[in-house]
Design a protein around this ligand. Structure first.
Ligand SMILES: Cc1ncc(COP(=O)(O)O)c(C=O)c1O
Length: 305
């Protein structure tokens, strides 16, 4: 999806013109992948533009940076406010917000600690997996590439370098005519999509892979689990054997970019009968948060002001 430029980028405390937000070629993050990041959405709601779960995203940003031992030179509240400012300052009514907290320029070696940098980029963004995909579902493939094993690069820390795995999985999926790919864990159980968590519906029960299956602890995953429980569904985190993907009644992806997107087929095999009552009921409550049909009883909407 091509990037739609906005006017300004919040860079190390200042809003500067989009084209001036550049970085040195010897930046540590470029050399070694040391960029903790977040992808966040702001939605146009009847109460004005609101960032979805700003606090949870920024908390995860600090968690990711902490695992790799690098500081962020701002407080969580300051970074949340930077996100609001990046949306407001560009007069955006809805946006994708990319927050990059990374090690900057100054020293060579993976363990070096050059000064940290922080960029917040807000820009217009549509449906990542396609508007039709949200309604009809998408075709996906199981990748021959495995997700990084436990005890290697941690999937729970959202670092730019982790997305090399996502690139391999998505490239293979596209070569095979699919919209997205699913990675298996090192043990061969289902992990997640290249940029999404995955949910399986079988006999009215909902199952999703546990954190130890090399997944990112998704904020949309958490939101959907909360919504599903509220709707009365039984939902469990458990190891998912690959064959369940072919025998499931429904499958859906969750993620900030993907939102709640049904899966139509896996490896060319149609999912269930094609009916998606559980997915649709969750989508209804989730998207209802943004058009005012669902009351935000969880305090997930953060107005940009
Ligand atoms: C690998 C991966 N898994 C899952 C997710 C979903 O996480 P979230 O719902 O927090 O966006 C993402 C998206 O950021 C991702 O990149």
């Amino acid at each position: 999806m091509p990037i739609q430029e906005a006017d300004y980028i919040w860079k190390n405390g200042k809003m500067i013109p989009w084209a001036e937000a550049t970085t040195h070629v010897m930046t540590h993050a470029l050399l070694y992948g040391t960029c903790a990041f977040e992808g966040i959405r702001a939605y146009e709601t009847p109460k004005g533009t609101c960032i979805f779960r700003n606090d949870a995203h920024i908390k995860r940003l600090f968690y990711s940076a902490r695992i790799y031992g690098f500081p962020i030179a701002y407080t969580e509240e300051q970074v949340m406010e930077a996100c609001r400012e990046a949306v407001r300052g560009n007069k955006l009514t809805s946006a994708y917000i990319r927050v990059n907290a990374y090690l900057g320029y100054g020293e060579l070696s993976p363990s070096a600690n050059p000064d940290p940098e922080l960029d917040v980029i807000a820009f217009p963004f549509g449906r990542y997996l396609g508007a039709e995909g949200i309604e009809q579902g998408i075709d996906v493939c199981v990748s021959s590439w495995r997700r990084a094993a436990q005890g290697t690069t941690p999937s729970g820390a959202k670092l730019a370098g982790n997305y090399l795995s996502s690139r391999l999985i998505t490239m293979e999926a596209k070569r095979n005519g699919c919209v997205e790919g699913i990675g298996l864990s090192h043990e061969g159980t289902v992990s997640e999509g290249a940029g999404e968590n995955l949910f399986v519906v079988q006999d009215g029960r909902i199952i999703t892979a546990p954190l130890a299956a090399s997944i990112l602890n998704g904020i949309t995953r958490d939101s959907v689990m909360t919504i599903a429980r509220e709707l009365g569904y039984e939902i469990t985190e458990q190891a998912i054997p690959r064959e369940l993907l072919y025998g499931a009644d429904e499958l859906f992806f969750t993620g900030t970019a993907a939102e709640v997107t049904p899966v139509k087929s896996v490896d060319g095999i149609p999912v269930g009968t094609g009916e998606k009552p559980v997915t649709k009921s969750i989508q209804d409550v989730f998207f209802g948060l943004f058009d005012g049909r669902t009351e935000d009883k969880w305090g997930w909407l953060d107005p940009v002001g």
